[in-house]
Design a protein around this ligand. Structure first.
Ligand code: CTP
Ligand code: ZN
Length: 155
């Protein structure tokens, strides 16, 4: 571990650890990190004891809510989310596929109201976890895992 890039420990905030490689780059979009004033550090391809390589995201001064933690399950189901208080790991959480996702996914139905009313926030409810299926709360059209990932990654 002597020839690797290190990021300082943080005093208060959230460390998302054990993210599959390159998936960290999707996290600012999922958590809307760059809309706020948070200082964030993203480490891609870090050396790991447990995994071959991993990504890490550190967010200063922001403790993620459970609903935010759960959104991470779409891209990094095995991630560990560490809540840091006073330099200590106060709590470790793992991401659980959420029952409901608001304002992140776009409805694939061109006629859906969410694609016409700029004020409308999209709502998707979980139908099945495996394979992943989520259904639009307005028009009932479904999204599968590959569509959700495509949207979340911005591809
Ligand atoms: N961390 C941090 N700032 C702190 C405390 C911890 O950035 N003040 C980071 C550590 O660098 C590590 C993660 O938070 O990436 C989890 O810390 P810790 O639980 O101490 O590490 P491990 O025991 O290796 O975690 P795990 O067992 O989950 O692999
Ligand atoms: Zn819809």
């Amino acid at each position: 571990m002597d020839d690797t890039i290190m990021i300082n420990k943080i005093r208060h905030g959230t460390v998302i650890d054990h993210i599959p490689v390159r998936k960290a780059l999707m996290i600012p979009r999922i958590l809307r990190l760059t809309e706020g004033k948070d200082t964030i550090a993203i480490l891609v391809n870090a050396k790991s004891r447990l995994m071959d390589r991993k990504d890490i995201v550190k967010i200063e001064n922001r403790i993620l809510k459970d609903s935010e933690v759960n959104m991470l399950s779409l891209i990094a189901p095995g991630a560990t989310i560490n809540m840091i208080k006073d330099y200590k790991v106060a709590e470790k959480k793992s991401a659980v596929i959420p029952q409901r996702i608001e304002g992140l996914l776009k409805c694939p139905n061109g006629h859906c109201i969410t694609n016409h009313d700029p004020e409308a926030l999209t709502v998707f409810d979980l139908v099945t976890k495996s394979p992943l299926e989520m259904r639009c709360g307005y028009c009932n059209v479904s999204i599968d895992e590959s569509e959700a990932l495509k949207q979340v990654s911005g591809e």
